[in-house]
Design a protein around this ligand. Structure first.
Ligand SMILES: Nc1ncnc2c1ncn2[C@@H]1O[C@H](COP(=O)(O)OP(=O)(O)OP(=O)(O)O)[C@@H](O)[C@H]1O
Length: 258
């Protein structure tokens, strides 16, 4: 069986989440349908409150969907919830009393993975994210972008099959964010992980994703989906192409911004 014949790695169909808030029901998100192949980087873009983080929390098994189908993993790549997810948040959330390498090691420690192998892997990952020299530094000695690189290494240390990124570069200045976008593409290619990347940034979503799922608020739902066909490898020049402009224009339009 070839890779193309395999079932998608993630299949969401008609997913809906209703929260119970103080005895009344609150519809957080509905109509979430998405198929992701293993090793794909997919962006989800949408305004605040449209349910993006709720979708990630369902995929990471922190929240149960109220309705719909959620399938993760396939015969070739089985998926164990809890074990096979790495998360990156808007804040790096590094523990300030632990060195960078000890921060990276945290998920491996929690899962009880072998110490020596984990430390070697953490060192390799720090090398991959360009922080080899900072393994023994403390978080406060690193810039915001460097801290986020460390948190990406931490998300990879237990070799999970799926990386969920929730606005990971949202707190960085514009130039660092551009640089981190390029870094993420490199890390993704090297690590060959399946990545779901949540952002408010339409340009960022199109630049990074092979697909972009667009979510709208009021009511919160997954409203559209684009396959992004742009030249590979993606460099910043891509952003000046007509095709890139057309994708971003269509998404702005869908979100009612032009
Ligand atoms: N545990 C919860 N209990 C009740 N309501 C919740 C809970 N989690 C999320 N919500 C609500 O569900 C809606 C969707 O929230 P969510 O955080 O998924 O949106 P988002 O698109 O990620 O927003 P942002 O971009 O601002 O992070 C919001 O109105 C939020 O208040």
């Amino acid at each position: 069986m070839t890779q193309m014949d395999q079932k998608p790695f993630i299949r969401l169909d008609g997913v809906k989440k209703v929260f119970n808030v103080g005895g009344s029901e609150f519809l957080a998100v509905q109509d979430v349908s998405l198929e992701i192949r293993e090793g794909e980087l997919v962006s989800i873009v949408g305004p605040s409150g449209c349910g993006k983080s709720t979708v990630l929390s369902i995929l990471s098994d922190l929240n149960k969907a109220t309705e719909g189908t959620i399938e993760i993993g396939n015969e070739h790549s089985p998926f164990t919830p809890g074990r096979d997810v790495g998360m990156v948040f808007q804040k790096a959330l590094l523990l300030k009393w632990r060195t960078i390498i000890d921060n990276v090691l945290l998920p491996a420690e929690i899962l009880g993975l072998p110490q020596k192998e984990s430390r070697e892997r953490a060192a390799d990952l720090l090398d991959m994210v360009g922080l080899a020299k900072f393994a023994d530094a403390y978080p406060q000695q690193l810039s915001g972008g460097m801290q986020q690189r460390a948190s990406i290494a931490r998300a990879l240390v237990h070799d999970p099959r799926l990386i969920l990124m929730d606005e990971p570069f949202g707190a960085l200045d514009a130039l660092t964010r551009e640089r981190m976008n390029l870094e993420l593409l490199r890390i993704w290619k090297e690590s060959r992980k399946t990545i779901l990347f949540v952002t408010h940034g339409i340009q960022e979503a199109v630049f990074l994703g092979s697909q972009v799922a667009v979510m709208t608020a009021g009511p919160a739902r997954m409203a559209a989906h684009f396959d992004i066909e742009l030249p590979e490898p993606r460099t910043l020049d891509v952003k000046t192409t007509e095709k890139f402009g057309a994708y971003t224009r269509d998404i702005y339009h869908l979100l009612g911004l032009n």
